[in-house]
Design a protein around this ligand. Sequence first.
Ligand code: GRF
Length: 202
Amino acid sequence: MAQRIGVLISGRGSNLQALIDAQARGVLGGTLAVVVSNVPTAGGLDRARAAGLATVVCDHRGRSREAHDAELIAHLRAHEVDLVCLAGYMRLLSSGFIAAFAGRILNVHPSLLPSFPGLDAQKQAFEHGVKVSGATVHLVDDGLDSGPIVLQEAVPVLDSDTADALSERILAAEHRLYPQAVAWILSGRYAIDGRRVRGDKP
Ligand code: GRF
């Protein structure tokens, strides 16, 4: 049976759209089962609805991280999710959530990790003056953008760039990379050796 993917979002959901498009092309390797947003007005919810996906709003306001994450876990379990994809989900996850889906949470980050973790990674890289940045998909552990790296794509920084122009070029790389990483992890054809994720990419 196809493995089931739950996507967590907080915003516009362009990476979610890349996953939706990959599923439509038959190259995602699994089924998008549910999209959960902690922000009721997230644009990604409209993308999910337009694609006919189940959506859940799980507002974090006024709740502890643990209580909110317990509710997230319940929604994901109710939809029998095997793999959780963070796609612009702008909250840290509790250790309880990470344990509930141990080794089964992916995130996409707009830099070549371990450089520039955290917020505004594209601007951090631009202002640092790096000549190459990029996108990273990694497994999520308890640290900030620190889990084992699944796939990366380098993106050049041009002399003519602004932080916004660089962000756009990195975003295009994210959209290529994320569906490939999901398909690879769902194929199960990988091994984790220390921090290294190795195997046959689909
Ligand atoms: C992306 O740049 C992603 O790497 C970061 O947040 C942004 C989300 O964009 N974690 P979108 O909501 O997928 O368009």
